[in-house]
Design a protein around this ligand. Structure first.
Ligand SMILES: [Zn+2]
Length: 473
């Protein structure tokens, strides 16, 4: 165990899944569009053009605030961050500095079986920049402004994260929240969800020098980069070296962090209130309408699944698939009992995952899943039959309808079964007297005969019980 304790804070950039851009009517989805075709005078801030705040983006930020247990600002405002770089068509970015829409919240992460709160310092709306490409061997760069003006929310955590594992879980939990609430598509390969990690180590109560790891977009790499960086800083301190405040990148191929720029080169962005957008009040009716749209938060599902004793992997799987989670929620309401609900989860994380991509139509409902679990539990069908019909259930058929139409109902009726068993006892005097003389192993013979007689449709536990009862006479 190292004497140094790490302190980690994270900034996450999430791209909002709105229809249009942050301040104009341009399409927010430029996939497949030719460079510089999805732009307008607002994207460029041409003289005379004025930005208009996207109501959909505000609604999504409010949803995020609810997911983060945050205060929703009464008044929110935008600021101008000035910088000159070829990816910015305006020479500035509209962002939120003084009155961000999301203030002071927390999310809960599950670490080593315990829930831990990680503070959210704030989260603010802003617009994305364009995209630069540098063709190999050429002396020029190309710029595509289609992405300029895309709405982003930057989420800033408190430095409450104490290990690379906690950092990974925090990122996964935020990803769960923004994707399950429909705020962000969460496609990490396409930059929908990327993050910067701030890490320092210290062996006292005072924080050490902070290093920023920039632009990561994979949970696994976040954990690896932090582990590497913590070790690097420990080794430096052990050698008596001084850690410098700097920005570093992550080289995946070499599994190393590398220096990018030092603190001295930090820019002065000359922030000032955005003159084209006055501060505005967030109407409480608008906020409460959005609140009503959210029926369940991922953390509530996680706590429920955790209480049912499900592994973190199974929890993650269910939560990361909002449709599957909602099938479970519906089944849970019907089944109520924990042991039956757990059986429903087992279907969802097991057989359902194995066959879902090959289904003709994926129409599994919570009602049908609950019915299937109930039929097995009451002994009306065996788990073997349940497995056999599961594909049809996933394609939308009701289990009860399937077993009736295919004649699969287990024979559980006492009087019917007793009649069959008595006949077999009468026809087989030798095994009967063997049993009565103490040979228990002939039981299997009788059960087998009943199964043969009923073509495998007798309820096995019922048959066992009745055979013993009738043989004892
Ligand atoms: Zn535009």
């Amino acid at each position: 165990m190292s004497k140094y304790k790490p302190t980690i804070g994270i900034e996450i950039h999430t791209q909002l899944a709105t229809k249009s851009k942050m301040f104009c009517g341009c399409d927010n989805d430029s996939r497949g569009a030719k460079p510089n075709t999805n732009i307008c005078q607002v994207c460029y801030a041409l003289p005379g053009s004025l930005p208009v705040v996207n109501r959909g983006a505000i609604a999504m930020a409010i949803k995020m605030a609810i997911g983060f247990n945050s205060k929703i600002a009464d008044v929110t405002s935008f600021d101008r961050k000035n910088y000159f770089y070829p990816d910015s068509p305006k020479g500035y970015q509209i962002t939120q500095m003084d009155q961000p829409i999301i203030q002071d919240g927390f999310v809960e992460i599950l670490v080593d079986g315990e829930f831990k709160k990680i503070g959210i310092h704030h989260a603010h709306l802003e617009e994305d920049a364009g995209k630069l490409t540098h063709p190999e061997g050429s002396e020029y760069s190309l710029v595509d402004f289609n992405r300029a003006g895309t709405p982003l929310v930057e989420i800033v955590s408190e430095p409450d994260i104490k290990s690379p594992e906690e950092a990974k879980r925090f990122l996964q939990e935020i990803h769960n929240i923004v994707t399950s609430l429909g705020i962000c598509n969460g496609d990490m390969e396409h930059g929908n969800f990327k993050f910067d990690l701030n890490v320092s180590i210290s062996d006292t109560d005072e924080l050490g020098t902070r290093v920023e790891l920039k632009n990561l977009n994979s949970f696994r790499n976040a954990e690896r980069a932090l582990k590497y960086e913590i070790k690097r800083q420990e080794d430096m301190l052990a050698e008596g070296k001084v850690i410098s405040q700097e920005t570093r990148g992550w080289n995946d191929a070499k599994s190393k962090t590398f220096a990018q720029r030092s603190k001295e080169e930090a820019n002065d962005y000359r922030y000032f209130p955005e003159p084209d957008l006055p501060p505005f009040n967030l109407d409480r009716d608008f906020v409460s309408d959005i609140q009503k749209e959210i029926t369940v938060l991922p953390i509530e599902i996680r706590k429920d699944l955790n209480n049912l004793g499900l592994s973190v992997d199974d929890q993650d799987l269910l939560i990361s698939q909002p449709n599957t989670a909602s099938i479970f929620a519906d089944a849970r309401k019907i089944l109520k009992k924990d042991n039956l609900s757990k059986k429903a989860v087992n279907w969802l994380v097991g057989d359902y995952q194995a066959i879902k991509s090959g289904l003709k139509k994926d129409k599994l409902s919570g009602g049908n899943l609950a019915e299937l679990v109930g039929l097995v539990d009451s002994g009306e069908i065996s788990s073997k039959i349940a497995k056999d019909i599961f594909r049809d259930v996933c394609e939308g058929d009701s289990p009860a309808d399937i077993i009736v139409s295919k004649g699969l109902v287990l024979l559980s009726d006492d009087s019917q079964l007793e009649e069959i068993i008595l006949k077999i006892i009468n026809d087989n005097p030798k095994p009967t007297s063997d049993y009565r003389a103490g040979s228990e192993k002939v039981l299997g013979f009788f059960v087998g005969q009943v199964m043969k007689e009923t073509k495998g449709q007798a309820n096995p536990s019922k048959v066992n019980e009745l055979v013993v009862k009738l043989l004892k006479g």
